[in-house]
Design a protein around this ligand. Structure first.
Ligand code: PLP
Length: 376
């Protein structure tokens, strides 16, 4: 059997081990140290030093802290994109708050601005103004930031931008992660860059960064003993992991190019195949890192189905995966309010994510091409 081809595998640049070794040599084996600070500086430089970045143990932790910093509490309502990975919504429930799910628009697969506004108006009418909005740049595709930010501002509701999949993506030239009151990044093993596990909270002011770090390091007040006037968390990034992050930041742009090359490969491959379309940017305003390339198969026109294709790829030891199953369809979230138009249900039924790594070899790409052409 040939080696397994993964959907999205870690891709080291080469200098990561140098920073990790440095941590060992200097005994900075702790959730703080020169790599943590250095990694944060690189991320801040990536945002043209217009944003402050706190390095954390995961993207989920960053989302959780964003909600805490916005004062989201028991019984509050938080609006969240339905079509996403569950980690976007879980922290709402950690806080004892209520997720309100919003369906997607067709062209970006992300939160529909029209449904967002409809939901806000309806929730206010029902007596509760939502405390925050969590919008996601799914698969690296920016959401319609202009409309979403406008609505958030009109109703004065803070926006949390889940950019876990979108480091390297831009909307109208502005970087994803810098549109919201808070931006969230993830460096999990399958993301565009990885620290094995990690995340970051992005904000536009130093005070928010400091507060995030305070909460992420057990909320210790200034005192010689351990004094606590708030509940704290153990959410800081390890100095070892941050060493990997420093090396990865040096190759972020290469990874974006590599992923976009895979996307071009699929666009070309499927251009002559009936009933299969590759998810792409709706206009030039959108620049996706194409973290994952996804296809839609028209059930009336395509020769195969996403599940049939997935099994055929699996037979050749090639990983593919259905799209994120929307939160309003998940057993654990079914009971929560949902404002929908059916778009994400159709995407889930007809979509498939294909291997998209920036480190796939020519031989691996050939294997993918052959398997797909034989199946379709
Ligand atoms: C990966 C991911 C997260 C969570 O990040 P972790 O670092 O794995 O905790 C959140 N939202 C989305 C959309 C993700 O893809």
């Amino acid at each position: 059997m040939s080696d397994r081809i993964y959907l999205s595998s870690p891709h080291m640049g080469g200098t990561e081990q140098h920073y990790v070794n440095e941590a060992f040599e200097t005994n900075w084996i702790a959730p703080l140290g020169p790599n943590v600070t250095g990694f944060e500086q690189q991320l801040e430089a990536y945002f043209d030093n217009q944003q402050y970045v706190a390095a954390l143990s995961s993207g989920t932790a960053a989302l959780h802290l964003a909600l805490i910093l916005l004062g989201v509490d028991r019984g509050d309502e938080v609006i969240c994109q339905s079509m996403t990975f569950s980690a976007s919504a879980n922290p709402i429930v950690y806080q004892g708050a209520v997720p309100i799910f919003i369906d997607s628009e067709k062209n970006t697969w992300n939160m529909s601005p029209a449904l967002l506004e409809e939901a806000i108006i309806d929730r206010i009418k029902k007596g509760k103004k939502p405390k925050a909005i969590i919008a996601v740049h799914l698969y690296g595709m920016p959401f319609n930031a202009e409309e979403i930010v406008k609505i958030a501002n009109t109703y004065d509701i803070p926006l949390i931008e889940d950019a876990a999949e979108a480091l390297g993506s831009t909307y109208k030239g502005k970087k994803c992660g810098s549109f919201g009151t808070y931006g969230v990044l993830s460096f999990n093993g399958n993301k565009i860059i990885t620290t094995s596990g990690g995340g970051a909270l992005v904000s536009s002011n130093l005070k928010s960064k400091e507060q995030a770090i305070f909460l992420a390091t057990q909320a210790r007040d200034a005192a010689p003993h351990y004094e606590h006037s708030q509940i704290g968390y153990n959410y800081r990034l390890s100095n070892i992991s941050a060493g990997i992050g420093r090396g990865q930041m040096e190759v972020l742009q290469d990874h974006v190019l590599g992923r976009r090359r895979m996307h071009d490969f699929y666009v070309h491959l499927f251009s002559d195949i009936e009933g299969v379309s590759v998810f792409h940017e709706p206009t030039d305003d959108y620049f996706s890192n194409h973290w994952l390339t996804c296809i839609l198969m028209d059930p009336k026109k395509a020769k195969s189905s996403p599940e049939k294709l997935r099994l055929e790829l699996e037979q050749q030891n090639i990983e593919s995966r259905p799209l994120w199953k929307p939160m309003h369809l998940q057993p654990i979230f079914k009971q929560y309010p949902y404002y929908g138009n059916g778009v994400s249900d159709v995407l889930f039924a007809n979509g498939l994510c294909l291997p998209s790594g920036s480190n796939l070899s020519t031989m691996e790409v050939d294997r993918i091409r052959e398997t797909l052409l034989n199946s379709l």
